[in-house]
Write a protein that binds this ligand. Sequence first.
Ligand code: SDX
Length: 427
Amino acid sequence: MTDAVLKYGDQELPLEVLDVTDGDRGLDISPLRSSLGLVTMDRGFGNTAESRSDVSYIDGEQGILRYRGYPIEQLAEQASFLEVAYLLQYGELPTASELDAYAQRITYHTMLREDMKNMFEAFPHRAHPMSILASATSALATYYPDALDPLDPESVDISARRLIAKTPTMIAWSYKYAVHQPYVYPDNDLDYSANFLKMMFSVPAEVYEPDPVVVKALNMLLILHADHGQNCSASAVRLVGSGHANIFSSIAAGIAALSGPLHGGANQAVLEMLSAIYESGDDIDTVIKRAKDKEDPFRLMGFGHRVYKNFDPRARIIKTAAEEVLEALGVDDPLLDLAMQLEEIALEDEYFVDRKLYPNVDFYSGIIYRAMGFPTDMFTVLFALGRLPGWIAQWRELAADPGARIFRPRQLYTGPAVRDMTPIDNR
Ligand code: SDX
């Protein structure tokens, strides 16, 4: 179907508009360069789709997020994280027996090779956990070279399960090394979130029972972070995978991309921002003024989003959970009150209203993580743990796409015109 005609000088190029289930339809510009000798320019790919995807749907204007058609609100409330990991990768919610079988296969792969301890111990004690996680994830390809073929579905299934099974252990072990405590091995009698908490916070000297409030909250937080379409880190995973790099290398690229403070690193930056505001005693109007001042590099971290021009539905859920979890844990964190005051004032300020800047997923999540006992520099690692099944689903979708091509964007060259070298003695 030809729905659009591009006029350029005396030329006309009919272009097809591609249909979708929901959201933006796409103008197929594949004949553009060969027909008109033009390429497109679209900073940050704000108007550009590289592929069709069935995984997640986001309506930024309405504040809607669905995984494989299911509203995030229902999944956060009713599902388990492994149930969502299955849904994202296989496209359908599992039956009870399918989920049991999947959970079993994950549970029995949670242990790491003992010599991976040498890798964690090679890092400085204060190394950032995201740098360790990206390195350890890439290193999994060296420990498990038997299933790296991206075009073999069985290998992909095995490696995907290893990633989901072993990442909590890698995170917990890197933490234990950082705090000079003994490694805690996985406990196959516990579910995914409870097992992770035990590996993180138990010590041999005491009996450890995961707090059900914390287990439930962590399960929900992991689900809320599980996928988000073609965000920066998912695009990094797809780009690396488009060259047929193995899944461990591709996910390591996603972890690296997520670490940036404009992306997943924002949850750590929010807590550091709130703590700095609280300790400085600055009034909120001063903070808001700084966030609006173009001469000041300060931004209100946890606010704004490329896609959401309404409330991030995840932020709404996390804000409610933050109040409930802190109350249940008997934690009175002044930073939660400060965050709520900041939100209230910002949402009435025309600078934020005009630019449709609302709290995003990172604005409140760190407050819950802190109440759970996680150190601030681990918040983004928790985002990565949640996003893992989404990254894997995006990577698998591209690997299975018969129309997939290696990512190789064009450029607009604005450098020097051709010129001859001057011999070095004459420069
Ligand atoms: C995530 O893409 C995803 O889906 C990401 C994510 C996921 O689940 O994968 O949702 C996770 O990364 C959430 C975002 C976390 N980052 C932050 O909270 C950092 C603070 N936010 C911003 O840096 C910014 O809002 C971004 C990076 C999130 C979005 O950047 P855009 O889309 O490129 O928007 P922009 O920088 O062009 O901003 C538009 C305007 C600008 O002002 P003007 O030039 O129009 O005058 O809004 C301003 C910006 O200066 N602005 C802010 C602001 N965010 C945008 N001003 C003050 N404080 C902010 N936080």
